[in-house]
Design a protein around this ligand. Structure first.
Ligand code: NDP
Ligand SMILES: CC(C)=CCC[C@@H](C)[C@H]1CC=C2C3=C(CC[C@@]21C)[C@@]1(C)CC[C@H](O)C(C)(C)[C@@H]1CC3
Length: 418
């Protein structure tokens, strides 16, 4: 058995008690939101809707569907890859290899769903199954985290994540012990981060759009906007799949309940809340307002993509011609930090772009319903906390050079504000 490693790493997320609370609170919040969304005028802060019976929350068919979905995405992951990318250096300086098949998986899934729908598959019935599907996804996430925890007990110390190995069972189960659990090229964390949840999210959105068409004759402009924006976000993530290899989740975090639940349940069922909201009541939007919202989304996307498309090539090869003329500072580790371009504006320009997009996804739902701003509010809290975690990690990695970077680029996410 591998000895607990990284026990000196400071505890994150408020330690074991907070981790236990989050493990309960996150699924409860997700079910609350799903119930509120289908309770007519969705009120975020209203009294909780009455609890549905067990038959509405659980169905073996939903579990079967959930497992079949995971099986389909796993099969698509294993198709011959157009490219096999290398991850960042591990502790022992080796690099893992990752198949780049995400966008192809999205296109093939779309083709299969298209064929299914034209053969009579009742996709618009999917929204009726959201509750039992969310239960099945939560159970799958819980069992996967348990298996991952057990697997980490026999993993070599070099395979463990810097955090998530405190020796406290609850905390380590939540954060995840092993950094890159995988069987040969099948990397569980990389697979879950980008495939079943993200593609599942746009499929749920599409099913809601079709249900709205069944209800009202055609989907509303607001529903088209939400579907379009979120499809762009998911397609972008899969097109630039390689970029995920330089994110905190892949480089730093273990694979435990937080990411398993986040990827498999939280993302598809809560990120689709705006589309769920739009089924009741109708939100008429005119083209002038819609164009303005599109502009906000485009600005957010431009910043998000620009920032990630500077950091990722730079991390893979600092002399890449796309980033070679950007100003950098050196660090004692030998790695350099960008201090110009997007990374010279704020220290997390990609978060800024992501937040602007999050706002654009809520605006089609109007400005009077706090419920449709849940994603924006949650995401702001997530990114502020994430930025704080990243700041600590970078300070630990880069020491004085990070102080110098913070001096030259004083704002974290929003220029002149934060
Ligand atoms: N939709 C969603 O729910 C979520 C989306 N996201 C998005 O995911 C993406 C990745 O986020 P995340 O992993 O948190 O953060 P980043 O992609 O910003 O990665 C942070 C890392 O980048 C490196 N870095 C920081 N500053 C510089 C610099 N100036 N020059 C070069 N490298 C630098 C550091 O790692 P090192 O130096 O070791 O390479 C740092 O640890 C973001 O676009 C974010 O918006 C994130 C969370 C949730
Ligand atoms: C509250 C809770 C359950 C927390 C878990 C957080 C996860 C939901 C997110 C952590 C980082 C994520 C990323 C994406 C989705 C959400 C999670 C898993 C991401 C795949 C979305 C698409 C982006 O383009 C991305 C690839 C940059 C991004 C990576 C981080």
């Amino acid at each position: 058995m591998a000895p607990p490693q990284g026990s000196r790493a400071p505890l994150e997320f408020g330690g074991p008690l907070a981790a236990a609370a989050l493990m309960l609170l996150l699924p409860v919040t997700m079910f609350h939101l799903l119930l509120v969304a289908r309770s007519g005028p969705a009120r975020l802060l209203g009294p909780p809707p009455s609890l549905p019976g067990l038959e509405e929350l659980w169905s073996p068919w939903a579990l079967l569907l959930c497992l079949a979905w995971l099986g389909l995405q796993a099969a698509l992951y294993l198709l011959p890859a157009r490219k096999v990318a290398e991850g960042q250096d591990l502790k022992d300086k080796s690099r893992l290899r990752y198949p780049i098949t995400g966008f192809q998986a999205l296109v093939l899934t779309a083709l299969l769903v298209g064929l299914g729908v034209s053969a009579g598959l009742p996709l618009s019935a999917l929204p009726e199954m959201l509750l039992p599907l969310a239960s099945a996804a939560t159970l799958t996430a819980f069992i996967s985290s348990l298996l991952l925890y057990l697997r980490a007990l026999v993993a070599p110390a070099s395979a463990l994540a810097p955090g998530g190995n405190s020796g406290n069972l609850i905390y380590d189960f939540f954060l995840g012990r092993e950094l890159n659990p995988r069987i040969w090229l099948f990397d569980f964390k990389y697979f879950c981060e980008l495939r079943p949840g993200l593609i599942g999210w746009v499929l749920i959105n599409l099913a809601l759009l079709m249900q709205e068409a069944d209800l009202r004759g055609s989907p509303s402009l607001a529903m088209w906007l939400v579907n379009g924006f979120q499809l762009l976000y998911v397609a972008d993530a899969l097109w630039y799949e390689e970029a995920v290899l330089t994110t905190m989740d892949i480089i730093h975090d273990g694979f435990g309940f937080m990411l398993a639940f986040g990827d498999l349940a939280w993302v598809p069922f809560t990120y689709s809340l705006q589309a769920q909201f739009l089924l009741y009541p109708p939100q008429p939007r005119g083209w002038p307002l819609a164009s303005f919202i599109c502009l906000i989304n485009a600005v957010g996307y431009y910043i998000f993509r620009g920032a990630n498309s500077q950091k990722n090539p730079f991390r893979n090869n600092p002399s890449d011609p796309r980033v070679a003329d950007l100003e950098t500072i050196s660090t004692a580790t030998g790695r350099r930090l960008l201090v110009s371009g997007w990374w010279g504006m704020v220290r997390h320009p990609n978060y800024l772009g992501d937040l602007i997009m999050a706002l654009a996804w809520s605006l089609p739902c109007g400005v009077f319903h706090l419920f449709s701003y849940f994603y924006f509010l949650y995401f702001t809290a997530l990114l502020v906390h994430r930025e704080d975690r990243d700041e600590r990690q970078c300070l630990q990695k880069y020491g004085l050079a990070w102080h110098e970077y913070s001096r030259r680029v004083p704002y974290r996410i929003v220029p002149y504000v934060y």
